[in-house]
Ligand binder design. Structure first.
Ligand code: IFM
Length: 429
């Protein structure tokens, strides 16, 4: 074992959650309303009951060596009606943040993670530039009430993902289909929201770190020698990576990188609405491709490539989400290790990576997919609400404690490699 740890002393190790996915009973937002109206296939209901069980969940995080935790606060709890702030909701989030701090866990606080108060959704959400005023007022309120407890702020989460599902594929509220104009306005509106929140937080709180979380698939042409595939990949990369980061990146203290997969793009004639191409589902090279239960390809190299690329921004990078929906525990542990290796390689190459947050602490409500995908370091039993540590939680704790990567071959989290007859020690020569 080398003497130098793989991760620096200040490195943030933790997991991420979002309010609507874990808290339960978020009655005043657009998701809850659409769930009740039967416009979504699943209902969040009590979710993980994290609203009541947060202390127990943070005990688990602390017990498994997390020193950071990303969470979101629910705007619709804080401002259920336009302009009417609920002080009880702010008190609740104060207790939540104090519970983290009391356990030595650094909060990374997201202000907006996909859901909107119904009144904001009804006013057109991010598609109407005037609505930015309402978000600014909310940020002022939160900064005033909770600012002393938070050093790391994520203004908005994954603008491109929200824009796509809400306005192009139409599977999230407000269920727009093929409305590229609304999608573009959403990304622009959220970029402005980021910049506005950045100014407010710095004006009010001074020396805090403010970033946004970018969904960062690594985009590649399926046949790099084919001009049309390259063109399709370039268009996709512009829309999903280059433009959204450029739009919001003016004021930025760190970039949150949410990395899950790569997009292997091939040209599709008449595919303008899909940015000239689509994801290639077939084989690529000799190795079989591996996919998560979300249908996302497992491709750890992409995380290192994204970190190297975004290092050009000159700000620290926080892996603000990375994780796997699976029922195969060995695959989950391997995914964790392979992606942490990618982070370690980026660090060795001089990229400033300040932390790694697994998605998610618990199995939770995966939006339109409901409770089926299991992303948690801890399994959630949705009847008893018991949490059970998975092997990946133990592996993560081991790495966070030692700040070193184990050798996969000698690690108890993986089955020993298959040994061929000829390799066996008792093989006859
Ligand atoms: O669950 C989501 C999260 O809300 C945002 N990033 C991707 C995760 C997995 O789909």
């Amino acid at each position: 074992m080398s003497t130098r740890p793989d991760f620096p002393e200040t490195f943030l190790f933790g997991a991420a959650t979002a309010a609507h996915q874990v808290e339960g009973d978020n009655r005043h937002n657009d998701w809850w309303r659409a769930e009740r109206q039967g416009r979504l296939p699943h209902s969040s209901g009590a979710a993980c009951r994290h609203f009541e069980l947060y202390e127990q969940d943070f005990d688990l995080a602390r017990g498994f060596a997390h020193n950071a935790h990303r969470l979101s606060i629910e705007w619709s709890r804080i401002e259920p009606r336009e302009g009417r702030v609920d002080p009880a909701a702010l008190d609740h989030y104060r207790r939540v943040l104090e519970a983290l701090r009391g356990r030595g866990i650094e909060p990374v606080l997201t202000l907006h993670h996909f859901t909107h108060p119904c009144w904001f959704a009804d006013a057109g959400a991010w598609t109407r530039p005037d609505n930015l005023r309402a978000f600014a007022r909310y940020v002022e309120t939160v900064a005033e009430a909770l600012g002393d407890l938070v050093g790391w702020w994520v203004t908005v989460n994954e603008p491109t993902v929200l824009a796509k599902h809400a306005h192009v594929t139409g599977d999230w509220p407000p269920f727009g289909r093929g409305d590229w104009k609304a999608a573009r306005r959403t990304v622009l509106g959220m970029s402005r929201a980021h910049r506005t929140a950045y100014d407010i937080l710095h004006r009010r709180l001074g020396d805090v770190r403010v970033g946004f979380a970018h969904s960062a698939p690594w985009v590649m042409a399926r046949r790099p020698a084919t001009l049309l595939d390259r063109f399709a990949a370039l268009s996709r990369d512009l829309a999903l990576n280059r433009l959204p980061v450029r739009l919001a990146a003016g004021p930025l203290d760190f970039l949150g990188v949410n990395y899950y997969t790569r997009a292997l793009v091939h040209w599709r004639p008449r595919g303008t609405a899909r940015l000239f191409g689509e994801d290639w589902p077939g084989p690529d090279g000799e190795e079989p491709r591996r996919f998560s239960e979300m249908g996302w390809e497992v491709w750890p190299q992409g995380l290192e490539l994204q970190l190297r690329r975004f290092s050009a921004l000159g700000v620290p990078l926080l892996v603000s989400e990375n994780g796997l929906a699976t029922g195969d525990e060995e695959a989950r542990s391997r995914f964790l290790l392979d992606h942490l290796r990618a982070v370690a390689r980026a660090l060795r190459a001089g990229v400033q990576v300040c932390g790694y947050l697994w998605w998610s602490l618990l199995d939770n409500f995966e939006w339109a997919e409901g409770f089926r995908p299991r992303f948690g370091l801890f399994a959630t039993d949705y009847v008893s609400f018991a949490r059970t540590a998975r092997p990946a939680a133990e592996l993560f704790a081991e790495i966070a404690r030692s700040r070193r990567l184990p050798d996969a071959l000698n690690s108890p989290y993986f089955a020993p490699p298959a040994v061929s007859r000829r390799q066996r020690p008792d093989a006859r020569r």
